[in-house]
Structures are given as C-alpha cells and as structure tokens.
Design a protein around this ligand. Structure first.
Ligand SMILES: [Zn+2]
Ligand SMILES: [Zn+2]
Length: 337
C-alpha cells in the first residue's frame, strides 16, 4: 500500500461509542471548503454523448473485470468504480489506532455493474437480461468473498436524490472487511428467533403475509413481493424468495429469474402508481464466508424516496411513515386509482 499522501487512501473509522462505521473517502473533494450545497433536481435523461459507459471496451483505458456475453457484444459489464469509496488492495485491511479511536485502512471492493442500454433501467430490461444482471451480481458476491471482505452489498441508486449522479443504469457492489452493526443486529434477532422457535423468522413472516394477503402485492412460483408491516418509508417493498435460503449467491437460476421478474414488476408498479419515485434497492444477504448464518433468509428491499428524513430519523432511527402498508399494497395492485 502506498504511503503517498496524494493517493488519499480511504479510511474506515469506527465510532467508539455506537460501534457504527463510516468511510472517510476524501479523494473526490480534498478540501472541505470547496464542497457546495448540492441542489438536487428531478431525475432527467442525459445525452449519450459524454456518457462514460458508452465506449467501455473501445476506449482502451478502461479496466473491465467481466463482460457478458463477451467484450465485443457486451450487454453487461463489470468495471471498477472510478471514484471508489474503498480500494481493492493486494493486502488485507490493516487496523489503525489513534488513542481510543480505531479504524481500518479502506481496503474493500467497490465496483459497478453496467447494462448496455443508456436509457433502459432495470424495469425495462428484457426479463432474461434482468435475470442475467442478478446472475452476474451473484458471481461478483463470489469474487468479493476473498478472505478480506466480511460483508458485501449490491444496490441500485435510481435518481439524483438517492445518490445517483449518472443517468446510465448501473448497479454497485461494495464489500467491507467487517459485518456492519446494522446487519449484525438483524442477524442476531433472526438467530434468537430461530433458537427459540426452531423456525426462520422470515419464513414465518411469509406465511403470515400469505394468510392475510392485505400487504401482498404480487407473487410467482419462487418469490413474493409485499409491503412490510413496519415499513420505514412510503411504498417500501420487500421481495423475498419463498423457499428458505440464506445466500443470494447460492440461488439456482429459476429463483433468480423469479426474483428478477418480481423486482421488475414492482418497479413498473411504482412508476405507474407512485409517480416513478427515486429509489434504492439492495440485497440483504448473509455475510461472506460461505458458511454459517443458516437462520438468515436473504431478500431484496426497495426503498423509494418520497419523504424527507429529519431529526427524528437521524437521532433515533425511528422513521415516521405517512403511508399505511395495506394501502400501499392496494395502490400498487392498481386497486386505488
Ligand atoms: Zn450511457
Ligand atoms: Zn426462511
């Protein structure tokens, strides 16, 4: 690892009280005084000209980790993030100490999965290509499982208000050398439930949702989409495989295709019935390592950004949600026009 100050190696810093981590990634704006208040406008198409993803294999100076079906006919390409929040090192993350503070060097994974069509977002991909995107991401989880990374997350930022500065559809995969406390908490809770009831909590939850059906939006053979009982934000949707599985990357093609189909349908429903909101979706997976966490039931979460987050949410983690999930399900099923 270079000690060169100009490299501005990102750092992982842990809050000694809460145990929460932050990534200090000063590479993009070295001088804080140059940061400006960012005006976030509506999501707007940008022209292909000047789009960094239009000539990936041809420009010669792009690193391409993987292309499908091949480099010349690529429909999906995996590339390093040009401005990585974490860098992939030859070495493991090194512990950093400063008095009572501790952190790690910012070694991890930060890559982009790009689809070819400049204007076609996940909802609009051919179903087979949407499934293939998820299969490629499964492969990247396996690659991220390199002995250094402990947890990986794949996500989509759709729209400028939720972190996407580029119009061209792309997904990100980030991996960090620890299990985030937020994830650890939900794993602990799932484990406690499993020990007490000898059942997976999310399998029980699926059963419950299927019995009442008031929050179920859609289902197919292997997956179900529903508005969670304790939704944090309006129009939040969970997409879950029906059969218990702790690891997204281990799912067979049929399940992946069914999850992709439901994700596409949910996104199209949000477009039709909820004003096509900016949103994030992400995969809530078991930690890397390939073993353990059998009580975890992986799933995808869709979080539209239709409300402001304020002091209460930031200070306590309590979200005020103005949309009843029962009504959200009705609306997304087209029964409330
Ligand atoms: Zn483009
Ligand atoms: Zn389960």
């Amino acid at each position: 690892m270079k000690k060169n100050k100009d490299q501005l190696m990102p750092e992982l810093r842990k809050d000694p009280v809460s145990g929460e981590w932050i990534i200090l990634s000063p590479g993009r704006s070295r001088r804080p005084q140059t940061l400006e208040r960012r005006a976030v406008g509506p999501r707007r198409p940008s022209p292909k000209k000047g789009c960094p993803f239009e000539d990936l294999p041809d420009s010669g100076n792009n690193i391409i980790f993987e292309a499908w079906p091949d480099l010349s006919r690529w429909q999906i390409a995996v590339i390093p993030n040009k401005y990585p929040a974490l860098v992939h090192g030859e070495t493991h993350a090194v512990d950093l100490r400063q008095g009572i503070y501790s952190g790690k060097t910012g070694v991890g994974t930060h890559e982009l999965i790009v689809t070819r069509d400049h204007d076609r977002s996940f909802a609009d991909l051919a179903p087979s290509l949407a499934a293939r995107v998820l299969e490629v991401i499964q492969g990247r989880y396996r690659v991220a499982n390199d002995g250094n990374n402990a947890y990986a997350v794949a996500f989509l930022n759709y729209g400028p208000s939720v972190g996407s500065s580029l119009w061209h559809p792309h997904y990100q995969l980030m991996a960090v050398p620890f299990i985030p406390p937020h994830i650890a908490r939900s794993l602990d809770s799932a484990e406690r439930y499993f020990k007490k009831h000898r059942r997976c909590i999310r399998c029980s939850l699926i059963k419950e949702e299927m019995r009442h059906r008031t929050r179920v939006i859609e289902e197919n053979e292997s997956a179900i989409a529903f508005a969670p009982y304790a939704s944090r934000r309006p129009f939040e949707v969970t997409v879950m495989p029906k059969r218990h599985s702790s690891r997204f990357e281990d799912e067979p093609k049929k399940v992946v295709a069914d999850v992709a189909a439901l994700m596409q349908s949910v996104l199209r429903r949000l477009r039709k019935y909820a004003h096509d909101p900016d949103l994030n979706f992400f995969i809530h997976n078991a930690p890397l390592g390939g073993k353990g966490y059998a009580y975890h039931h992986w799933h995808a979460e869709v979080l539209p950004n239709l409300s402001y987050l304020g002091g209460l949410e930031f200070s306590t983690g309590i979200y005020v949600n103005v949309a009843d999930p029962d009504e959200v399900a009705k609306t997304l099923k087209g029964k409330r026009r």
